[in-house]
Design a binder for this molecule. Structure first.
Ligand code: HEM
Length: 409
């Protein structure tokens, strides 16, 4: 009897060891982690990562959640074992607006849509979009006057909106820009709040915000369906992304082209994914240049040397090496997508720690880049006063894998 129970105890102990959870902050009350995460997610996640720099686990309300900051663990989720992770609550919630577009769809359907969309992002097409970008940027620059003050974040939003509309569906949204801009701002409110377990309920309430999101979506739907109908009626390749998507045929599985609804979902996705991210990346680059005048001088010198006063083309990009590094550094310090969520399908292990099925796994570009910089500084024994300068000279690569099946287009 005694030996049975000690064998049983051993099995229990072994099982417990196999199911060892990662370290993390302990909860005393139900809202302990949920409240600070909803109020200030960056501060909350950074605090956890400082205490647990590789992996941490905690509960958000009833939800078992993990924060991964070690690049190898992030690679594990996004590349090596990506089959075991689907998009997290935030992106599933985004389906209300984006439908089953590239960002929000899963499995075979996603693979088919990605295959169908790929030609729209071929080098030649990108080169043509590049010409539009340069032309529109020059037009915006020509509207600026020496000595005036501009809200650069707003300027960049307007610029990228105009570029996305032109490259996506050959539309000059100048006439409609204000209304479309307003509709986009309303829709983006859905993404501005952290998707807690409660949002499934609160999203259904007739709040002012929910009404605004609905109204914005309706407005964008009208515009996008109208543009799809115009493109179908014209029946020709207008050199824009929508034309590519419209004429794309699935040769591999012979399942034909996309329906109007699928086209709408992809166009809406590209519209939203392509406009705010790039605007923010550019706005932060301007900000950092304003703080680092010596870098600005160097960047201008390179641009003058390579371009000699003409507008840049796609072919010039590889020669604008320093300029590209400035932009990459801005995205490392202020990543436009700063947090990604996944949900584990079945139980697994990350770094030897047990991750139960249906856990939320958070991967934060901002937290990971900040932690990598701190670790780099500590390893290189840099005195605190010199941190900022040295940090910028240090880990200057982005740590999220570009080989991921769900990486940006
Ligand atoms: C600086 C600009 C950008 C940044 C930082 C960025 C970042 C990202 C990131 C991190 C993801 C992965 C999201 C996840 O897996 O949860 C993603 C996916 C995606 N991005 Fe971007 N993006 C940018 C610009 C764009 C542009 C210009 C477009 C299109 C015009 C675009 C379209 C997409 C799409 C369609 C996906 C989903 C891909 C898939 O799952 O197959 N992004 N982006």
């Amino acid at each position: 009897m005694n030996s049975m129970s000690s064998a049983a105890k051993t099995v229990i102990a072994e099982n417990k060891a196999k199911r060892k959870l990662a370290p993390g902050p302990k909860r005393k009350a139900l809202g302990d982690q949920l409240v600070p995460m909803s109020r200030d997610p960056i501060e909350f996640l950074l605090k956890i990562a400082r205490e647990h720099p590789d992996i941490a686990t905690f509960k958000l309300g009833p939800q078992r959640t993990f924060l991964l900051s070690k690049p190898e663990y992030i690679e594990d989720v996004l590349v090596a074992n990506d089959w075991n992770y689907v998009k997290g609550r935030g992106l599933q919630r985004a389906r209300k607006v984006l439908g089953k577009g590239l960002l929000t769809s899963e499995g075979n359907f996603h693979r088919r849509q990605r295959r169908l969309s790929q030609p729209a992002f071929h080098k030649q097409r990108i080169a043509a979009y590049g010409a539009v970008m340069a032309e529109y940027a020059a037009r915006a620059r020509d509207g600026w006057k020496e000595g005036e003050t501009r809200d650069i974040a707003q300027e960049m939003m307007q610029l990228t909106l105009a570029i996305v509309a032109k490259t996506l569906f050959d539309a000059d949204v100048q006439g409609e820009a204000q209304q479309i801009g307003k509709a986009l701002t309303e829709v983006l409110e859905l993404f501005a709040t952290f998707s807690s377990p409660l949002t499934a309920f609160t999203d259904k309430l007739p709040t002012a915000r929910n009404r605004r999101v609905k109204r914005g979506k309706q407005r964008l739907d009208e515009t996008i369906y109208r543009i799809i109908a115009e493109h179908r009626a014209a029946g020709e390749d207008r050199g824009d992304l929508l034309s590519m998507l419209l004429f794309a045929q699935d040769a591999e599985e012979g399942s034909g082209g996309m329906s109007d609804e699928q086209l709408r979902d992809e166009v809406m996705t590209l519209f939203l994914a392509g406009h705010e991210t790039t605007a923010n990346a550019l706005a932060w680059t301007w900000y950092l240049l304003s703080q680092n005048p010596e870098v600005e001088v160097k960047m201008h010198a390179e641009i003058d040397k390579v371009l000699g006063g003409k507008l840049p083309t796609f072919e010039d990009v590889p020669r604008l090496n320093y300029t590209e590094r400035v932009f990459t550094e801005a995205m490392r310090l202020y990543p436009p997508v700063w947090l990604m969520g996944r949900r584990s399908v079945s139980a697994s292990k990350i770094g030897g720690y047990y991750v139960p099925a249906k856990s939320i796994v958070l991967l934060s570009q901002f937290v990971t880049h900040t932690m990598s910089a701190i670790i780099w500084i500590l390893r290189n024994s840099i005195p605190i006063a010199g941190c900022r300068k040295r940090e910028q000279a240090g880990p200057s690569t982005l740590t999220f894998p570009s080989a991921a099946a769900r990486a940006c287009v």
